[in-house]
Each structure stands twice: as structure tokens, then as C-alpha cells.
Design a binder for this molecule. Structure first.
Ligand code: ZN
Length: 387
């Protein structure tokens, strides 16, 4: 058993000072004044720190991604320590542009490896391309037969790297994901990579208008990548759809018009979007390629899962958004949107995934995942097998 004493609890809603008792990887009780003899329990003093749910990163290239500048630019895999340093205790892995030298089978194996190392992991089947390349022959079969598969993605739209799917092709992906999700009790969402193309969200809007598939079956990501897409995203979210921001960025992208996630969150809330419709993901280990007007690669950087907390921190400390509001986009919101049971909340019965934050700086002081301390007093206690 583990006992965290006297932390300031955000479930993500603030509920005041309390102790958190953990046993068997789950939170057993959260209340003030829990007393257990030290011989039975590893006790950690949480006085002066904020305890929040472990962060969920719903779009991470666990296997690396990219290669848009040739083989030497294929980006590296996620290490366990990368996730711990970012307070990320649950990840959803995806493939990206390259579905030839990286396969869904390799992604599934990587996700299982990270699970063994201490994280909670899930994957999307498929990659940028349509038809969707699956593990078992169909999206429905993957959802029904493979526990870790929770949806499809990231399927690319409005992007020069997409396979330019038609209305019928894309509607069928949504339909198969929906049926597989319903039958398996999973979210069955389609994680949609949105590019810079001028068609924006138009295909998604048509599917909502012309079919019975609800908007919530799709999670368009990179919604902050340019001002036009961002404005479309506001309308999409106000109509009931989910929008996902990408937190990894580089100064050049922001100069080119990308909306910084922390600022974008404030602007969406001011525009009247319900916080429940918004999530942040890092695009961790993905390549961040910058192309010129002729589609030629100019620069390439790697996404970081640590950017998830950086943007939430800026949302609070720079944009003045309440911590309990900003936290939702990386805890309770993705847990609900992706139907990750036991995740994204501090509550009795939930998985014991939590992060201890310094109250002034929101820097990470401790990380617990599935009832095991992976970081304590700012020190890494766990590393991946080959780190
Ligand atoms: Zn993408």
C-alpha cells in the first residue's frame, strides 16, 4: 500500500487537502487524516504540493514518425523516461505518414512494452492512409479482438501527404469505427490528422450532415495549426464536435501562424466553446516538418510529450485560466472522449495515476502510475529497459 499525505487535491476539481491511499494499483480512499501503520504502508508527505490526475496523451508516435526528409529523418521511439518527465501516465500510440516501414503490429508491441515498463497504453489502428491498414483485416475486428485498439488513426485529411480519401471512403471508416466501438464498449473514434489544406474540416462537416454518424465519432487533431483551421474548429466544437490541440511546436511554426495551445485554449473558451469539447495532445516523437509553398521540406524537429504540461502551465500562468479548467484538457476530457475507464480522475476506485506539482511553478515533483512511484522528489525512479 502507498499513502500520500496532505496533498492539495485536484480531481481535476479542487477538493482541498486530503490523503490518498493506494492499494493494488488503484486509489482506495481519498480523505483527510487516513492513518495506516508505516510497517504496512509506504508513506509520502505531500504537504505543499498539488496532486492531480496523471496526464493522458492521446496522440503519441510511440514508434517515432516521419521520415519526410528521407530515412535519416525517421524520428526515434518514445522512452519511458520521456513520458515520466512529462507526467504522462497513459498514452495512445499512433502511426503517422509512414505505414510501410512502421506497422500496426510493431506499434502494438511497443505499446505492450511501455505497459510492462509501467505506463497505461492504448493504440489507434491504421495510419495516414486510406484504405486503413489494420492488424486483423478490418477496423471492427481490431476494435473487437485487440484490447489495446481504441480507435482508428491518425487518418490524414486536407493534407498533401493524405491519400485524398473520398466522401464514401471516409464515411465508411467512421461507420466501421462506430460499430466496432459500440460492440467492444470502446470509444471507436477516428483520430483525424488535419493538414494545412484549404478544404479544412469540410469533409467531416459533410459526413455529419449527410450520414447518421455523430460528430463525436471524430477527433480532428492539430486544430491549432493555422488561424483558418482554428476558427473552423471553434464552429465544429460549438456544434458538438471534439477538437484536439497539438502542443508540440517550434518558434517557426508560431511565426507562420500556428496558434499556441495555451493562447488558443483561452480564445476558444472566450468564443463560448464548452471546455468539455477540448483536449490537448503532444504529437510526441512525431516529426514536425516545415514545408515551403512548393511543398519542399525546409526544417524538421521532433515532438515532445513534455509539451503537454508546458502548454497547460502557460494556460494557467500566462493566460490566467483556472488550473482546474486547464487540467481537464489532459485528464478528464481525454478519458471521457476516448472512454478510458479509471483514467483522468482522482477518485476512489480509479487507477492510481497521479502527478504531484509545485504550486507556484507547476513543475513536476512526483509521478505515480498504476500505483507505483516513477518519480519522487523530482528524481526519476524508473527507466525503460535499455535506458
Ligand atoms: Zn498528424
Amino acid at each position: 500500500m502507498l499513502l500520500l499525505k496532505n496533498a492539495d487535491i485536484y480531481t481535476p476539481s479542487p477538493t482541498g487537502r486530503a490523503d490518498v491511499l493506494v492499494a493494488g494499483g488503484r486509489i482506495v480512499r481519498i480523505e483527510p487524516g487516513i492513518s495506516i501503520p508505516q510497517t504496512y504502508c509506504d508513506v509520502v508527505e505531500g504537504t505543499g504540493f498539488i496532486a492531480v490526475p496523471g496526464f493522458i496523451d492521446g496522440h503519441v508516435h510511440l514508434m517515432g514518425g516521419g521520415g519526410e526528409g528521407g530515412y535519416a529523418t525517421r524520428t526515434p521511439e518514445l522512452l519511458l523516461s520521456d513520458a515520466i518527465r512529462g507526467g504522462v501516465t497513459a498514452v495512445v500510440g499512433c502511426l503517422g505518414t509512414d505505414g510501410v516501414t512502421r506497422s500496426p503490429a510493431a506499434l502494438l508491441a511497443k505499446a505492450r512494452g511501455l505497459e510492462e515498463e509501467g505506463l497505461s497504453t492504448f493504440i489507434y489502428t491504421g495510419h495516414y492512409a486510406v484504405p486503413v491498414q489494420t492488424l486483423t483485416g478490418s477496423i471492427e475486428r481490431d476494435l473487437l479482438l485487440i484490447d489495446k485498439v481504441i480507435g482508428v488513426g491518425e487518418v490524414a485529411l486536407s493534407d498533401h501527404r493524405s491519400t485524398q480519401p473520398t466522401f464514401d471512403e471516409f464515411a465508411r471508416i467512421g461507420a466501421e469505427a462506430r460499430r466496432g466501438g459500440i460492440l467492444s464498449g470502446k470509444a471507436g473514434v477516428v483520430n483525424v490528422h488535419m493538414g494545412d489544406g484549404r478544404r479544412g474540416l469540410s469533409l467531416l462537416r459533410r459526413i455529419i450532415e449527410d450520414t447518421e454518424i455523430p460528430a463525436t465519432q471524430f477527433v480532428p487533431t492539430h486544430i491549432n495549426r493555422n488561424p483558418t483551421l482554428f476558427e473552423e474548429g471553434i464552429a465544429w466544437a460549438k456544434a458538438g464536435g471534439f477538437v484536439d490541440f497539438t502542443t508540440s511546436t517550434v518558434p517557426a511554426f508560431l511565426e507562420d501562424g500556428e496558434v499556441k495551445s495555451s493562447l488558443g485554449l483561452r480564445r476558444m473558451l472566450e468564443a463560448g466553446v464548452d471546455i468539455a469539447q477540448i483536449s490537448f495532445t503532444s504529437d510526441g516523437q512525431g516529426s514536425l516538418p516545415a514545408f515551403d509553398a512548393q511543398g519542399r521540406l525546409q526544417r524538421l524537429e521532433v515532438g515532445r510529450v513534455t509539451s503537454l504540461l508546458s502548454e497547460v502551465r502557460d494556460a494557467v500562468l500566462v493566460e490566467g485560466i483556472a488550473l482546474e479548467t486547464a487540467l481537464k484538457v489532459i485528464t478528464s476530457n481525454p478519458a471521457r472522449m476516448l472512454k478510458l475507464r479509471g483514467k483522468g480522475q482522482l477518485a476512489a476506485g480509479a487507477d492510481a495515476d497521479l502527478v504531484l506539482l509545485e504550486p507556484e511553478t507547476l513543475d513536476i515533483h512526483g509521478v505515480m502510475a498504476k500505483g507505483r512511484w516513477l518519480m519522487r522528489d523530482g528524481e526519476l525512479l524508473a527507466r525503460g529497459t535499455f535506458e
